[in-house]
Design a protein around this ligand. Sequence first.
Ligand SMILES: C[S@@+](CC[C@H](N)C(=O)[O-])C[C@H]1O[C@@H](n2cnc3c(N)ncnc32)[C@H](O)[C@@H]1O
Length: 398
Amino acid sequence: MKKKLNKEAVLDMVRGFQPSCVVIAAAELDVFTILHARPMTAARLALRVKGDLRAVTVLLDALAALGLLDKSAGAGPVYRVPQTVADVLAGTGSQCMLGMVRHLGNCLRSWSQLAGVALSGKPANRRPSVLGSGEDLASFIRAMHEISEPMAMPLVTGLGPLKFKHLLDLGGASGTWTVPLLRLNPEACATILDRPEVIPMARRLMRKAGLADRVRLVAGDFMSGALPEGVDLAWVSAIVHQNSRAQNRRLFAKVFAALEPGGRILIRDIVMDTTRTRPAGGALFAVNMLVNTPGGGTFTFAELREDLAAAGFTRVRLLRRGEWMDSVVCAAKALGTRRHMTCAGSRTPSPSAVVGIPSRPSAPGPSSATPSATADSPTTPAPPSTTRRRRRKSTVRR
Ligand SMILES: C[S@@+](CC[C@H](N)C(=O)[O-])C[C@H]1O[C@@H](n2cnc3c(N)ncnc32)[C@H](O)[C@@H]1O
């Protein structure tokens, strides 16, 4: 039920940016990690972060006022981080959300331009944080992992038995969702496709999870060129919202072309009801896409069904309806469907547009950049010969 909003409640809502900015600034300066390792005075912290003493003192007092720091009494007060706060905001915390807090800081810089975006219809001008754009990307990928990791195994298990031989984790980031999908299918292997800058993060997680030999890492751009083929499950998680419907239709057509007949696509995302106001978090997330992308948003099931059907998919079902980014839509590529389809509205990809498709190793070896045992493993469907002919340069990273 909706709350009644009086004057104070409205103003409280508007002032919500103030504590947000305080926590985000502290996260960007890594104040919680530093003070958790060693409680200290404002003067010492200002030196440590190479900051201005007056400004750092005001920030620390605001954090103490919010209950995020304890401040000792007397002259030269020392600030320390309560354990429950350190668990969430220190880099070493057991439920660390530092990546997400920093990522939300990057969102905030775009959201603050919302009125201008509403007038122009164009995304906000991105400004990097004090950490710089490279670290901002790392925060984004880390944020995705922090949010998804606790829910990934329960969500995937809740979908029922998911049998597949070769998974394509499209825009898989560090591979958070590949982990439970492969753990539940011990015979299967996976390809994670993401931007080149993200691949090292995926490599780290796959090694940590002990899955490096079952996963090939492909650097590429899934919006241009064809996708790695010979897969029977495409996991498209938190991707469709960054696109317009026209872009999704093109992407679904590529996924369709990449899938073996009988293969499936699973889309994890927010699915809106027909009013587009529920789930409420989804209506706000559409604002996030408005300020950050040229055409992204949140979609209804009917829209996703229509766009999947336009790409050739059948049996489109809402497998799970959640209140956040935990709805799952499933669709199938019917058996007997032609293997290669031309992407809707575009030409068949030219050889140079084929991204990230690994070539067969001529002489496998540890230092080889060509694919792995994984690409040759019995569980990996053999790539169609037309694809083999098209292959040129491998972008496989391990
Ligand atoms: C919102 S994150 C989702 C990550 C992951 N699938 C998950 O559910 O946690 C979007 C991911 O897609 C990747 N991505 C976005 N556009 C891409 C493109 N055109 N080609 C390849 N990767 C892309 C990003 O680098 C990022 O890792």
